[in-house]
Design a protein around this ligand. Sequence first.
Ligand SMILES: O=P(O)(O)OC[C@H]1O[C@@H](O)[C@H](O)[C@@H](O)[C@@H]1O
Length: 299
Amino acid sequence: MSDLTVLTSLFSIPNKVWFEERGELILLVVKTTKGKAVISLQGAHLTKWIPAGHKPVIWLSEDAEFKTGKSIRGGIPICWPWFGAHPDQSDLPAHGFARSQNWTLQSVDLNEEEDATITFEFDGGADYWPFNTPLSLCFVISDRLSMSLTTRNKSEQAITIGSALHTYFEISSVEQISIQGLENRPFIDTLDGNKRKTETTPITIDAEIDRIYLDEEDTCVIVDQSWQREIKIEKSGSHSTVVWNPWVAKSERMGDMGSAGYTHMVCVETANAANDVITLGPGAEHTLGVTYSVFTLTT
Ligand SMILES: O=P(O)(O)OC[C@H]1O[C@@H](O)[C@H](O)[C@@H](O)[C@@H]1O
């Protein structure tokens, strides 16, 4: 039996939950009165979330490739067990390996209100990661989208983990939005020699931006005046927030951002990065969590 057949027989719910193939990958589709979501089994990577009555919240590149072993451009990649480049070995994949390997779907539940709870597990394995650190990821897809990523250290030694829920948000136009809630917070400007800076005003974007806000646990909001909406980002177990837009030249180098894709996305990532990585002792666990909710602006 194919993987698709097995998954369908175990988890599908007529007209509400089904599986599809796209390129080389298998996708789980959830469509309820609360909205629509799509999650790739590779990477447990959500590629679409459209809450009922709203425009899409999550951006996916028109040139995204659905290939074995390649992270999908857009959606919500799971960066783990390091964020960005590996601290010592530059030949290892950026943002770790969890985003480009298959996860195991554990459960799909739909309650009477049609809130969907979906859990995945990943054994945390790679040749160059000889530690027993299984991961689980739970999505709750409702009027809001919640995710919680739990790392368990089942090894005999302390292990340091960097991680991020690397969410690409869909926006009307990058020059029309602002990000509020990170004012007066220290950040590392990775485009300016990793200098530490602060800004007193909400973030607006008119050029490439790549910042890691540190010691930062507060809620922030993407305000999109053109689309008259706010996206609220409430997090837990996260001490860093990454703000990224590649703008023109970097998008061209990346090759899978689509034509002018950068104008319709911004990444605001719930992370533990740079100095904020988490060290787990033997037997310890840590959960990185986030909830996204969407509001219509009335002014
Ligand atoms: O191309 P990747 O590996 O998906 O990374 C995309 C971007 O991810 C962001 O989180 C980083 O801050 C950027 O520096 C990086 O370019």
